[in-house]
Design a protein around this ligand. Structure first.
Ligand code: C2E
Ligand code: MG
Ligand code: MG
Length: 727
């Protein structure tokens, strides 16, 4: 508080007519003000009397009382006033009143004092002040000119401002919240816990500290999370909710509650989170739950029973209608169960049923339903489907799992299952008919020799049978080494050199001759055999790359195609591949993996991660058939990709006036900007090649250069003294 550099702005105000000279000077020793010694004695005595009387009043007044000189020096202050400002009453003159005004209020304060000094009446205003040490407080300030015209009298009364009121209500809130019978839970916009009261923490078996900052989702099961996602959407639209809800106790048990939730928005209307009042109703629920369990679940397997199954099927049919989707109903009947039951007794029979229930459930997603209708009859509802192929995969998995021996305390029992499949709406227009048709299809499986699945639809059945034979053939083909790989050169458009080749798979079928991938890859995919076949292709191609690196070019690269399904399932594979490359002493740079755009479309984050792993391993990635899918080039920025292969459909029409040339040029320019090399597929003519060279394309592949050929032929061509490729 520097007196010299902080003059009170109201001080030199000419219109005020006051002199800036204090009547009182603070005594160096005591608190009493010392009078100017020029007064008359009698007057002085009276004055002193009065003064001592007022002194008492003034000293003990419950308000702060100040006499302040025009330069803002505090001349007098009473007890409350000194306490308010945190100053020593004995030395008021050390302080200037103005320095206790909060900076934001200074201008208003100065104007107020000027006005008060010129007013015949005391004036009042609300001001924010700060004590020595910084603590802020609000006061009602009353100011008037001192009778002698030499100073200003100021009375301060603490105002309970908004802040104080808020503090008080907060205090009350805290008390209520801490003693509440209900749990109180506040979350932020991303559903993380920002507040819980002791009751809430206690209800779930945690301490408050353990819950703070934790996502709401960790206190609930999968079903709860689905409800949560849905609710957040609704909440963001402002909806309050009241519902029964299940949380998970720390020990894993269910805590049933009623939940009243209100969304919180900020002043701009942004969703900030929600506040929930949570009442524990686990006790009431337990008895209700038992009744409900008995009505809806099979006591042995704990799977839904017929009643619940019918309810769910009704619900799923309505949903399929609404969403224009389809659902599949599977009837699963164990073969020869009755004999096992009769021979080994009911206890063992129950064990078989339990294990069968477990195996069937393991084949479906959490959102599907497996129910036990009674005896050895199970049903499965697969809802929200897009592809019939996925139904078949599930059915096939169940058939093979149930055909594995059942281990009954050391005793091995063989069973199998017959499955019938009916689809809604394709096979039935109502619930009853759907059930009847699934049942009929199941009998078709029994009649067909058991341990199989049958579709109700004849066409699907035929196709499934064809697939089943092809699948059997494919399996045998791996063992019988009927697969072959052809290699097609990938030519550098700048130099005409061949440093790369694409491995293309063929199946030498014993009766149908040489088959192109289009004729068998879809079956290999739907049966899952593609994973095994793809593995074989990779190893074969790697060996070829190794040989050609020493014979043709040390930087030779072979690319292999990878179907989307393989890409999704190859988690274990790529590690073994890396090991295989290491075993061959081969750099992973020698392999390129070709994927299609559809891979980039699903589960983007996992794809990004997988491509990153490839990159880390040194494998390169080419995006095959570019332009036939949905992805745009700018979309590719997010993925670790090295090559783009322009689909042959664009190359085929380069010479026509279709705009494909402009498109190819644009792809090449963009790809180069992103640091990718471009390969043109299906180049068949010299004109196409010339146009691509002009467009700056890096590599080309096509019949104009060479067709896919056996490895030996490729080798002969590439190592010939004169390059055999036309250019
Ligand atoms: P892709 O990867 O786009 O392979 C290029 C296809 O174009 C090959 O057909 C090739 O023979 C053909 N081709 C090459 N040059 C020309 C040309 O100048 N004109 C025309 N019209 N066609 C040309 P292919 O060998 O029948 O392979 C078809 C598809 O099968 C491949 O398309 C690839 O997606 C897939 N495929 C091939 N081998 C495998 C494999 O080992 N695993 C997997 N998952 N898929 C494979
Ligand atoms: Mg390819
Ligand atoms: Mg292609």
């Amino acid at each position: 508080m520097d007196k010299e550099t902080d003059p009170a702005p109201w001080l030199p105000g000419a219109p005020l007519g006051y002199r800036a000279k204090p009547v009182f000077a603070a005594s160096a020793h005591g608190s009493a003000p010392v009078l100017d010694p020029s007064g008359v004695t009698a007057e002085r005595l009276r004055y002193e009397e009065e003064q001592s009387y007022y002194n008492d009043l003034y000293l003990l007044a419950p308000v702060g009382y100040f006499v302040v000189a025009f330069d803002s020096t505090i001349l007098q202050v009473n007890l409350v006033g000194a306490d308010m400002l945190g100053i020593v009453r004995a030395r008021p003159g050390d302080h200037r009143f103005r320095t206790f005004i909060a900076p934001a209020f200074l201008a208003d304060f100065d104007a107020f004092i000027s006005a008060a000094l010129n007013s015949p009446q005391p004036m009042q205003c609300l001001v924010q002040m700060q004590r020595t040490g910084g603590e802020a407080f609000q006061v009602t300030m009353l100011a008037s000119a001192d009778g002698g015209g030499q100073a200003c009298r100021i009375v301060l009364e603490r105002a309970e401002g908004k802040l104080a009121a808020l503090e008080r209500s907060e205090e009350r809130f805290r008390r209520i919240v801490h003693t509440a019978e209900e749990g109180i839970w506040e979350i932020d916009a991303v559903s993380c816990t920002t507040f819980v009261n002791p009751r809430m923490a206690d209800m779930l078996g945690y301490s408050i500290e353990e819950m703070l900052g934790k996502p709401l989702a960790i206190f609930m099961d999968e079903e709860g999370k689905a409800v949560l996602d849905h609710n957040i959407e609704q909440r963001q639209e402002g909806a309050a909710e009241h519902r029964e809800f299940k949380f998970l106790h720390r020990d894993g048990s269910a805590v049933w509650t009623t939940l009243a939730t209100n969304p919180i928005f900020d002043a701009a209307g942004r969703y900030m989170g929600a506040l929930a009042l949570v009442t524990d109703i686990t006790g009431n629920k337990a008895s209700g739950e038992l009744v409900w369990q008995q009505a809806n679940f099979d006591p042995l397997t704990r799977l839904p029973n017929r009643h619940m199954f019918m309810e769910r099927l009704r619900h799923e049919i309505r949903k399929a209608e609404r969403n224009d989707a389809f659902l599949a109903l599977l009837f699963v009947d164990l073969d020869h169960f009755k004999e096992v039951n009769d021979r080994l007794g009911h206890a063992k029979g129950d064990q078989v049923l339990l294990e069968a229930a477990r195996r069937i459930s393991s084949c479906v997603r959490g959102t599907d339903m497996v129910a036990r209708l009674g005896g050895d009859e199970f049903t499965v509802i697969l809802a929200g489907l897009e592809l019939v192929g996925s139904v078949e995969r599930v059915a096939r998995a169940m058939v093979s799992l149930l055909a594995l021996p059942f281990d009954l305390n050391g005793e091995k029992v063989h069973l199998s299952a017959s499955i019938g499949i009916a689809l809604y709406p394709a096979d039935a227009s109502s619930l009853d008919v759907l059930i009847e048709h699934a049942d009929q299809a199941m009998y078709a499986s029994k009649n067909g020799g058991r341990s199989r699945f049958s579709y109700y639809t004849p066409a699907l059945q035929e196709a499934a049978e064809a697939r089943q034979t092809i699948a059997a053939d494919l399996q045998a083909a791996i063992v019988a080494q009927q697969f072959e790989i052809l290699y097609q050169p990938i030519v550098s458009l700048q130099t005409g050199a061949v440093h790369k080749a694409e491995a293309l798979l063929r199946w030498r079928h014993p009766t149908r001759g040489l088959l192109a991938p289009a004729e068998f890859i879809p079956f290999a995919e739907s049966t899952g055999l593609i994973v095994e076949i793809g593995d074989w292709v990779f190893r074969q191609a790697a060996r070829q790359a190794q040989r050609w690196r020493s014979l043709i070019d040390p930087a030779f690269q072979v690319s292999v195609n990878k179907s989307p399904l393989q890409f999704r399932r190859d988690v274990e594979q790529y590690e073994t591949w890396l090991a295989y490359l290491a075993e061959l002493g081969l750099s992973s740079q020698s392999m390129v993996i070709e994927i299609t755009e559809s891979v980039l479309m699903d589960g983007v984050e996992q794809v990004i991660e997988r491509l990153r792993q490839y990159r880390a391993m040194g494998l390169q990635v080419a995006l095959d058939d570019f332009g036939t899918g949905y992805s745009s080039l700018s979309h590719l920025k997010r993925f670790d990709i090295d090559f783009v292969k322009i689909d042959q459909s664009f190359v085929a029409t380069l010479e026509d006036d279709t705009g494909d040339l402009a498109l190819c040029e644009a792809i090449i320019v963009m790809a180069h900007k992103l640091g990718l090399k471009v390969v043109a597929e299906g180049v068949e003519t010299k004109v196409q090649r010339a146009l691509l060279v002009d467009a700056g394309c890096d590599y080309a592949q096509g019949f104009m250069f060479a067709r896919p050929m056996p490895a030996a032929e490729f080798e002969a061509m590439a190592t010939a003294a004169r390059p055999a490729l036309p250019h």
